[in-house]
Design a protein. Sequence first.
Length: 206
Amino acid sequence: MTTTAAQTLPNITANSNTKICQATIPDYSVLRQKNIDKINAFYNNLLNDYTQNFSDYSKGNASSNINDRTNASTILKPKVEDANNQIINLSQTMINSINQDSDLINEQKNSLAKKMLQIDSIMSNVKLLKDKDYEMTVLTTAKKDSLNSTQSSTENMQFNTYIYIGICILTLLIIIGLIIYLVSSDSNKSSNKNNNLYKNIASNTK
């Protein structure tokens, strides 16, 4: 087993996770389970190889046969050491991957928190606009009512003014008629007096 952990480790590197996060917001429970399954499969294969090689190495190293000890020392021991190093590297890579995933989750949470604040601000502005619109509607309705009331009052005042003017004109005509009547009556009386005077003078001169 000459491959290294960095070469055979499943695709759980930071670059891969970064690309996934840039494409879409993943379902972290599904992503986590997939990574766990891949890591478990890789780890179990690596552990089986390590266990088998270590068992063979122990038997060969404890053998009385020089060839078995030589094989254990020259072939099996490097395999055991390589598998052991891969297990150590895998553990470190898993820790790094978990830390990177945690950082990505925290970034997503921070981004979501900012978006929620923006949404709250937008909703607050929408509510403010709705309140302003309602106030403007009420104010417009009040102005219309006031205008209608003023117009109605003006029309009533005009009507009453026309009535007062008509009454004044009628009163004035009545007064003028009475004056004309009185003047005419006085003139007739004066004429009658003059006629009677002329008659008396005429009868006396006879």
